[in-house]
Design a protein around this ligand. Structure first.
Ligand SMILES: NC(=O)c1ccc[n+]([C@@H]2O[C@H](COP(=O)([O-])OP(=O)(O)OC[C@H]3O[C@@H](n4cnc5c(N)ncnc54)[C@H](OP(=O)(O)O)[C@@H]3O)[C@@H](O)[C@H]2O)c1
Length: 302
């Protein structure tokens, strides 16, 4: 599988595996280890995490599985996120649900993630969500320290719109740091980042896009959902035409975007991973791409 260059130190696989749901899989470390090996055999080497996934448990589950094949560490790229405090957090005395983008929290969170993942370094750290209280100077100080300590090889954001990105980016650049990634919700079901110009803004600055929930978290396959039914009515014949599954067509649709969106898959079924990989070989026509787009919009383009 082709790789996408993120910066001079890091490249990602064009399809990424996410671990948000890893607690629900209820796998033993051996089972997860086997899945990791199967992913890497297929060229899927980039693994997406967040400190809070599985109520702060998924990084640890992953770390235990990785420990069983230490040689895998050099073959994969690990992304994690920080900045959200959940009421279930075991580290803060004050409970509640909020964002914390202070230097102290970012650094502590990275240290815990490294410990849980049982690795020395993150290939990428993302700020999970923008906060109305974000002080870009504090974030910059934290990232500067983490890069200097060799704990973080690249830095990015998630769910940031244009102005939130601009605010942080301007501050980071003064310290010769860059936002290299923005992880956004993008799928044939969820077009907001395409419609509101966020993706164009990132493309202009060569910021790479990771598209989370590319299958809309499974909602696209629920035909009781009217919008999904509309989209699926277009996807299914295309799947037949190109001899792939609907999952494959969704990947082909994302892959056709000029900004080269990297889907972050949430499946735990290796056959669905193969279906996604097969989708990379499909070149949809412009008309086919627009047919899916307008099925999602629910009306024709002007
Ligand atoms: N930055 C953020 O704010 C943010 C937010 C959410 C997620 N994420 C990242 O994005 C990753 C992926 O999110 P996601 O899990 O929502 O991704 P997704 O790939 O859109 O959805 C995965 C879900 O869809 C199901 N599915 C896939 N193909 C299917 C099919 N043909 N029929 C029925 N069900 C199907 C999967 O079930 P099976 O496992 O049974 O295949 C799984 O439950 C997360 O793990 C996380 O890393 C980031």
């Amino acid at each position: 599988m082709d790789k996408m260059k993120i910066n001079q130190y890091v490249s990602f696989s064009n399809i990424i595996q996410g671990f948000w749901r890893a607690k629900d899989w209820q796998w033993t470390p051996q089972q997860l280890n086997r899945y990791l090996n199967e992913l890497v055999e297929r060229g899927i080497t980039t693994m997406d995490h967040a400190d809070i996934y599985g109520s702060y448990s998924c990084e640890g589950i992953f770390g235990e599985a990785l420990k069983l094949s230490p040689q895998l560490r050099d073959q994969i790229e690990i992304v994690t996120k920080c900045g959200i405090i959940l009421p279930s957090n075991p580290f803060h005395e004050s409970s509640g649900h909020r964002y914390d983008h202070s230097k102290e929290h970012i650094i502590q969170s990275v240290d815990r993630s490294l410990q849980n993942l049982q690795v020395e370094q993150l290939d990428s750290l993302l700020i999970h969500r923008p906060s109305p209280l974000m002080d870009p100077n504090e974030v910059t100080e934290a990232i500067k320290a983490l890069v200097k300590q060799g704990k973080v090889k690249s830095f990015g954001v998630s769910n940031f719109n244009k102005s939130e990105y601009d605010l942080l980016s301007k501050c980071l650049v003064c310290d010769k740091l860059h936002i290299t990634l923005n992880q956004l919700e993008v799928s044939p079901y969820t077009l907001d980042a395409i419609e509101n110009g966020t993706i164009n803004h990132m493309y202009k600055d060569d910021v790479k896009i990771m598209s989370w929930s590319p299958m809309a978290g499974g909602k696209l396959f629920n035909l009781e959902d009217e919008k999904s039914a509309r989209i699926m009515a277009v996807l299914s014949p295309l799947a037949q035409k190109y001899n792939v599954t609907s999952n494959g067509i969704i990947i082909a649709w994302l892959n056709k975007h000029p900004a080269s969106l990297m889907p972050v898959l949430g499946t735990h079924k290796i056959e669905r991973i193969d279906e996604a990989i097969n989708g990379l070989k499909v070149s949809l026509t412009d008309q086919e791409w627009f047919d899916i787009y307008t099925a999602s919009l629910g009306h024709d383009i002007p």
